[in-house]
Write a protein that binds this ligand. Structure first.
Ligand SMILES: C[S@@+](CC[C@H](N)C(=O)[O-])C[C@H]1O[C@@H](n2cnc3c(N)ncnc32)[C@H](O)[C@@H]1O
Length: 319
């Protein structure tokens, strides 16, 4: 990777208050440097998830949408001032203290409460102490992620971090024209215009199925039909390959577009040894600012890198 790219990969990324699987925090610098962001229209993000990509682009006008109503309720509660940094601090300090005394029983009590009341602060609490910051809902639409086994989770420093994240979204949404909408991507992509910029990060086909979050080939084809006729620039985030498989849609549906790739390691469980290499892909309908930088690599190369890292770890533990 050229020196300039390494430098920009170290750029500071604002982490959002909510975490979710497939969060693109690590890809933000890569996405940011792929295009010139001086566009006049709206930033349209039909699969916002945590919102980390758009929150770091800081567009003046934006539509953040998702099919999960709890994500949208949470961000609307911040944007409207219903919850702010102060309320978050008080709430997490109080709830965190009970959690530290009562442990996982209290986590499950809050989970039950949230499944009845859908309070955004409960959603935040659960998201920050559940297993791996996952968001998953069962067939009844109930949040069902187990406890993350850290009853002392809510230290002062940790709460301050979350408060700053909430304040950032509050200030940004106050000073910009941002809307948070719960709707299907088809609805969000209706009415895009030439000045807009669309960033799509749908779930990966066949990866996981959940009450608010599932994705199949039909959805992928529908998204293709819309983006293929898009009057504006778009980026689609998807996967290129892992050690077992390649994303065949890149050679079929998306073959007419530019593709940039970047290696990424994800964790299965908490163990360092369970790092799995993955090539992420950005598909786009324009020439990226620096097309030279990430030629499509093969996952075999990543496996070699991983073997090298493993070798170095073993060397360190022997010496
Ligand atoms: C991979 S995540 C997005 C992650 C996000 N880019 C981030 O960095 O946090 C995919 C999101 O798509 C949403 N989603 C799934 N199906 C959808 C649909 N049909 N319409 C709109 N959103 C959908 C899920 O709720 C989930 O939040």
């Amino acid at each position: 990777m050229p020196a300039a790219s390494i430098k920009s990969d170290m750029m500071k990324v604002m982490i959002p208050p909510i975490k979710c699987q497939g969060i693109k925090s690590k890809l933000v610098p890569f996405i940011k440097r792929t295009v010139d962001w001086s566009f006049e229209g709206r930033w349209i993000e039909p699969f916002m998830g945590s919102g980390v990509v758009g929150f770091n682009i800081t567009p003046r006008n934006a539509v953040f949408a998702d099919s999960n109503p709890h994500l949208i309720n949470f961000y609307n509660a911040i944007a409207s001032g219903k919850i702010d940094g102060l309320k978050v601090r008080e709430f997490l300090a109080q709830q965190g203290e009970i959690l530290s005394k009562c442990g996982q029983d209290y986590y499950y009590e809050v989970r039950e409460r949230f499944n009845k009341t859908h309070e955004p602060l409960d959603f935040l609490f659960l998201n920050r102490c559940c297993f791996n910051g996952m968001i998953r809902f069962n067939r009844k639409g109930h949040f069902n992620v187990p406890f993350g086994h850290k009853p002392q989770r809510f230290s002062k420093a940790y709460i301050t971090k979350i408060v700053n994240q909430v304040d950032y979204v509050y200030v940004m949404s106050r000073h910009s024209n941002w809307s948070f909408i719960c709707q299907d991507f088809k609805e969000t992509l209706r009415g895009i215009s030439g000045d807009d910029f669309v960033y799509c990060d749908p779930p990966y086909v066949g990866r996981h199925v959940d009450y608010f979050d599932s994705w199949d080939e039909e959805n992928e084809r529908y998204l293709f039909e819309i983006l293929n006729q898009s009057p504006c620039k778009f980026i689609l985030s998807t996967w290129h390959s892992n050690q077992h498989r390649e994303n065949t849609f890149l050679e079929t549906l998306w073959s007419g577009f530019q593709v940039l790739t970047k290696e990424h390691f994800y964790y299965l469980g908490a163990k360092e040894d369970n790092r799995k290499p993955m090539l992420e892909a950005l598909v786009m309908n324009f020439t990226p600012k620096h097309s030279h930088e990430e030629p499509t690599q093969r996952v075999e190369q990543l496996l070699l890198l991983e073997k090298l890292a493993e070798y170095q770890r073993n060397e360190r533990s022997v010496s």
